[in-house]
Write a protein that binds this ligand. Structure first.
Ligand code: AMP
Length: 547
């Protein structure tokens, strides 16, 4: 019997390429709108035309397949053009994390070996501080946003984006690439050491795009649908804005790119453009719904996927009460990112609010093509009883195959052929994942593990607490003890004892162990955040814990 099939010589073995996402989106919705804050508005057809012109521009600057093009910009229509044009040429798009320090930005530019840099004027001073240390002396610069290139000291600009595009040929002959060609790269700061580069191929991004939300449930809860108006609230430099711009383009939905995340402008765009779908980390969500401009605004019907950190039940409940369809999702830079989504089965969509909060705040269930296990130290699966913790390890067609130029960390990431997330979770019998901590953040006290996330969620129920982080601090007797850091709501004072009392009630009800009660509650002005707005517990352990 013949086991391998011989292809007909004239058959076309269609590679999975990012360009297909664009052409299919344009074919589906040529007149659909793409909006950039208050400054630009055009159709999908024009997007495609500009993608061709951008490729022509970059080719004229010497960009060839295998070259890397770095982008430093806020979320914009130009960034979307880069999402397509650069990979479609066979080059690699490096989405630079502009929230890193200048030294770290420099590190990533040198490490990724960027050949061309497209830079928004707002990041020029940051770049100027380190420009003389860019190792590739042939790097060429293009100015994004706002015309005049003359007074930019220290940079030899090739020109400004719009005028270069205007002068470029209308069409570019994009090659048919191997689907395994590297398409994108970016850096994750992780918890230790230097930023690490992850990278994704055309095939991976296409599969992530089509499988990411292909869950047929007979309900649109939490889903991006063709009638939605999409506005990202996760920066495009961070895991391709979770890959949703690619999904939105394929579906032909209206897209709104907000520029720098200014809360008042975000609220205005939400209202004026009729935004119905977004995604962000909890901090950004709070920044928007809690800002002055949000007072009295009707957010009902807004679908928001929360990821990057646990969705606190108190935040979920409040959002649901406002009619916001808030849903957790789970993933990481290394995983492109989507692994799981807390999309409700049809019978839960109308469940009571307590049940909904309980499900929506879990990480959810794996999306199609994701194999996800919760394992012990010997890689045995832990029982699916919603309470036995283990490390989450995964396989999927879209995981980074290693860290860029870093064999040592790549081996650790992929030990035993499964990608190690470094997250601790529990799995229920019906396949719902709950993340209880990061391996590095879990508090080990008296030989027992206490989930810092569980403690934070309980403390956030306190009426005077706006923000909270719980970290483990070294303790001679117990190994570690929990320390709670809390920020008060405006005009309210926090009495530390009242937090201990609140936690004691949960000990009495068996929700947390007795030794989970922190020895100390410190009221602080603010909590340090990472470049993508998450609690920076590494920094807290280094600084606040010592105070
Ligand atoms: P990053 O690579 O910066 O996107 O961070 C990924 C990490 O964020 C994961 O490894 C988790 O620790 C955390 N994370 C992402 N989604 C969730 C979630 N739904 N619940 C809890 N933690 C999450």
């Amino acid at each position: 019997m013949e086991l391998t099939m011989t292809a007909t010589p004239s058959a076309h073995d269609c590679p999975l390429l990012i360009g297909t996402i664009l052409t299919q989106g344009v074919a589906r919705a040529p007149g659909q709108e793409i909006v950039y804050a208050d400054r630009a508005r055009y159709s999908y057809r024009e997007l495609e035309g500009r993608v061709h012109r951008l490729a022509g521009t970059l080719a004229a600057l010497g960009v060839r397949p295998g070259h890397t093009v770095g982008v430093m910009d806020w979320d914009s229509h130009r960034y979307l053009e880069c999402f397509f044009a650069i990979p479609m040429m066979g080059a690699v798009l490096h989405t630079i994390n502009v929230r890193l320090s200048p030294e770290q930005v420099l590190y990533t530019i040198n490490h990724a070996r960027d050949d061309v840099l497209l830079v928004n004027r707002e990041f020029l001073s940051m770049l100027a501080a380190v420009a003389d240390q860019i190792e590739n002396t042939n790097t060429r610069f293009v100015l994004l946003d706002d015309g005049d290139v003359s007074p930019l000291e220290g940079f030899d600009f090739e020109g400004e984006y719009e005028s270069l595009l205007a002068a470029a040929p209308e069409r570019y002959a994009f090659p048919e690439l191997d689907e395994n060609t590297r398409a994108t790269t970016f850096y994750t700061t992780g918890t230790t050491g230097l930023p690490k580069g992850v990278f994704f191929s055309h095939r991976q991004l296409v599969l992530h795009t089509v499988a990411g939300r292909a869950l047929e449930r007979g309900t649109a809860q939490g889903e991006l649908t063709t009638n939605d108006v999409y506005m990202p609230l996760t920066p495009m430099f961070h895991v391709h804005a979770w890959g949703v711009p690619y999904q939105a383009t394929l579906k032909g939905v209206k897209q709104v790119y907000p520029g720098r995340y200014d809360p008042a402008r975000l609220v205005r765009l939400f209202q004026e453009e009729g935004v119905t779908f977004s995604h962000c980390v909890p901090t950004i969500f709070q920044m928007i719904v809690g800002c002055e401009a949000a007072r009295g605004v009707d957010f009902s019907g807004w679908k928001v996927t929360i990821g990057g950190a646990a969705l606190p039940p108190s935040m979920c409940r409040k959002a649901l009460e406002q009619g916001i369809d808030i849903t957790a999702g789970y993933g990481m830079s290394e995983t492109c990112p989507i692994l799981t989504l807390a999309l409700l089965p049809r019978d839960l969509v109308d469940a009571d609010i307590d049940t909904q909060v309980a499900y929506r705040c879990r990480a959810g269930r794996p999306v199609p093509m994701v194999q996800l296990r919760v394992v012990d130290a010997d890689m045995n699966d832990v029982p699916h009883d919603d309470k036995t913790p283990g490390e989450i390890v995964v396989r999927a067609p879209w995981l980074t195959q290693g860290y860029l130029h870093d064999a040592e960390h790549s081996e650790v990431l992929w030990a035993g052929g499964w990608l190690h997330t470094g997250d601790i979770g529990v799995m229920s019998a019906d396949g719902w994942l709950r993340i209880t901590d990061r391996i590095k953040d879990v508090i080990k006290t008296g030989g027992e593990w206490v989930s810092s996330v569980d403690l934070e969620n309980l403390i956030l129920q306190h009426p005077a607490v706006a923000e909270c982080a719980v970290i483990g601090v070294p303790d001679e007797k117990w190994g570690e003890r929990p320390l709670a850091l809390v920020v008060a709501r405006p005009d309210l004072a926090i009495e530390p004892d009242s937090i201990i009392e609140l936690l004691q009630t949960h000990v009495d009800r068996g929700h947390i162990p007795r030794y989970g009660i922190p020895d100390r509650v410190a009221v602080v002005e603010s909590l340090p955040r990472t470049s993508v707005g998450k609690l920076d517990k590494k920094l807290m352990r280094q600084t606040l814990a010592q105070e």
